[in-house]
Design a protein around this ligand. Structure first.
Ligand SMILES: Nc1ncnc2c1ncn2[C@@H]1O[C@H](COP(=O)(O)OP(=O)(O)OP(=O)(O)O)[C@@H](O)[C@H]1O
Ligand code: SF4
Ligand SMILES: [Mg+2]
Length: 360
């Protein structure tokens, strides 16, 4: 995606000899993930390339099944195998110890340390990773003692403070509860508190607000924003909600059928979208459409995403695209092209699409 050559030299155990760019925290290149299902190979993630810099928030948007969660699971080393296979690519990450590693070649023990110290994830499915035999307070405090080197007493105070910031009333009392004594929404907030308490340099949040009501959502986004300021945390924020993406993101990455189809600053994506799929996605969101803005009227994208077991030969969006031209778009998968600095588009007709946007 950027012009830097792909010539990293690797030692054993994922240590990277050559430096990444100075403020680059995560550099995902050509990530490819397949699932060997009984009815064929699911091409879930097909050559995904993107980066996140220190302290930056990147929102990943795209329809259900576009590969957002699988991409984040691959970063965490948590793609279930079998049936999942990492078929290619690299995931370079710079740890708190300033060492760059390829997470795809790291042994499990080292990866576990990265997961605990450097990268934290809030999962889409809040399958309780809370232990039933310890109180909520014990579990959050343990994470704080371990990662922030506080005493247990101080850790419990910080845990109560974090729960209060996430809108939990009587947080001291809650800390004495066991997981079965709290609601699902509260369990999710406890897991968010645990993830944030290790002060990660990267937080991966996969649809963290979907199970929460609007007020709690707002509190969570505010807490994430505060931690970004306090500890310079970067965030990979996966969401269906373009309104949330507009609120939190510095840059936005749009995925379709396991590929990056457009990426750019929030301004570029919201005001100058170039890829017809992104334009369709923006047009389908009521509160982003003003009626007289560049996106015109509210409209759902017709049709469905192609079956990942059998992707079309050319542009994956071809069957649904109102700008598609037979013999042009359906020949080969379009490359990502830089349409302006920092703004990348996977569409062979982006110039025509842009020109139409300006005249409509
Ligand atoms: N364990 C699995 N076995 C087989 N296929 C899988 C598995 N996990 C994910 N997939 C497939 O990989 C593709 C990408 O799934 P993924 O969960 O990343 O989508 P997503 O963009 O996160 O969607 P959503 O918005 O619904 O969360 C989908 O086609 C999905 O069915
Ligand atoms: S390459 Fe063609 S089919 Fe694909 S998004 Fe662009 S115009 Fe549409
Ligand atoms: Mg998902």
């Amino acid at each position: 995606m950027d012009a830097r050559p792909l010539e990293f030299t690797h030692q054993r155990f994922g240590m990277v000899v050559r430096d990444m760019e100075q403020n680059r925290l995560l550099d995902v290149r050509d990530l490819t993930v397949h699932f060997h299902a009984s009815d064929g190979i699911v091409n879930a993630v097909n050559g995904v390339t993107f980066h996140i810099d220190d302290g930056e928030t990147l929102a990943v948007v795209g329809e259900s099944g576009s590969g957002k969660s699988v991409t984040s699971l691959a970063i965490m080393g948590l793609v279930p195998n079998p049936p999942g296979v990492i078929a290619g690519g690299s995931i370079l990450f710079r740890g708190k110890d300033h060492t760059e590693r390829d997470l795809l070649t790291l042994p499990e023990s080292a990866l576990r340390r990265v997961r605990g110290n450097d990268i934290a994830m809030v999962f889409q499915e809040p399958i309780s990773s809370l232990s039933p035999v310890y109180t909520v307070g014990d579990q959050i405090a343990e994470a704080i003692v371990l990662h922030q080197h506080k005493t247990r007493r101080e850790a419990l105070r910080l845990a109560a403070d974090m729960l209060a910031r996430l809108g939990i009333s009587e947080p001291r009392k809650r800390l004495r509860n066991y997981p079965h004594q709290i609601s699902g929404g509260m369990a999710q907030r406890v897991m968010i508190a645990m993830a944030l308490s290790c002060h990660p340099s990267l937080l991966i949040a996969d649809e963290p607000t979907t199970a929460l009501d609007v007020t709690i959502q707002a509190q969570l986004l505010e807490l994430i924003a505060e931690l970004r300021r306090e500890i310079g945390m970067a965030v990979l924020f996966i969401t269906h909600d373009l309104g949330v993406a507009a609120e939190v993101a510095d840059r936005i990455l749009v995925m379709y059928a396991g590929r990056v189809v457009e990426v750019g600053s929030a301004r570029q994506i919201f005001h100058e979208p170039r890829m017809p799929y992104t334009i369709g996605l923006l047009r389908s969101v009521p509160r982003l459409v003003t009626g007289d803005g560049p996106l015109g009227h509210l409209d759902a994208i017709p049709g469905e995403m192609p079956n990942p077991r059998n992707l079309p030969r050319g542009c994956s969006f071809f069957p649904r695209c109102s700008h598609a031209v037979k013999g042009v778009c359906d020949i080969a998968v379009p490359e990502l092209e830089e349409s302006e600095p920092g703004h990348w588009v996977r569409c062979v007709r982006w110039r025509e699409v842009a020109a139409e946007g300006e005249t409509s």
